[in-house]
Design a protein around this ligand. Structure first.
Ligand SMILES: Cc1cc2nc3c(=O)[nH]c(=O)nc-3n(C[C@H](O)[C@H](O)[C@H](O)COP(=O)(O)O)c2cc1C
Length: 173
């Protein structure tokens, strides 16, 4: 698929059918992550691929509100990194997330970024802690985001041009 076609079709998808991904599709997503750039070529990230339905249902409660929709995703990819390895782990993890969002469109899947870093489960428990209690992630790791992926339950449409944002482009010649 042409890059512009993918970029035009990419939208946050928060509603999924019950269809699961097969091993080949999961392996394609993994291959995509292996192609991301990384500051100083450190690649501090570690990604957890969650397909177990019960685990997904539990993880969908990781934020007090706003994460419930991931319950119906076919897969959750938790993007973490060993923060001691690189002070650019957030940027590195963000690129992993971005590639996954675009790759999902290429695979005719739908995806949504769900923020974890700096978010709370409730007044006393961070979103990170809640996830760490469910998934065996090393304490040295920060969690950037979860990318929820599945088959969209609506037909993808090309997005509005967002031309109203063009004033945000400043040409200096
Ligand atoms: C850094 C980042 C964090 C986001 N966090 C969430 C989130 O926690 N929950 C959610 O439903 N969407 C989240 N999104 C998706 C945005 O809400 C979405 O990209 C935005 O509304 C624009 O819509 P679009 O993705 O369809 O273009 C996040 C996106 C980014 C880039």
């Amino acid at each position: 698929m042409e890059f512009d076609v993918i970029a035009n079709l990419r939208k946050s998808i928060r509603s999924f059918t019950e269809q699961k991904l097969n091993e080949q599709q999961i392996s394609e997503l993994k291959e995509t992550i292996l192609k991301v750039p990384s500051a100083k070529a450190i690649f501090p990230w570690r990604c957890y691929f969650i397909t177990n339905e019960e685990k997904i249902a539990t993880l969908s409660k990781f934020k007090g509100s706003g994460s419930g929709f991931i319950k119906n995703a076919a897969i959750l990819i938790i993007i973490t990194a060993d923060t001691s390895l690189s002070d650019m782990w957030i940027e590195d993890c963000s690129i992993v997330g971005t590639y996954l969002l675009l790759k999902a469109v290429d695979m005719q899947l739908g995806a949504c970024w769900v923020q974890v870093r700096n978010r709370q489960h409730d007044d006393t428990t961070s979103a990170r802690r809640f996830i760490m209690d469910q998934v065996d992630i090393p304490e040295s790791h920060g969690i950037a985001s979860i990318i929820a992926i599945g088959y969209p339950d609506t037909k993808p449409e090309t997005r509005d041009s967002r031309s109203g944002m063009k004033h945000k482009f400043i040409d200096i010649q």
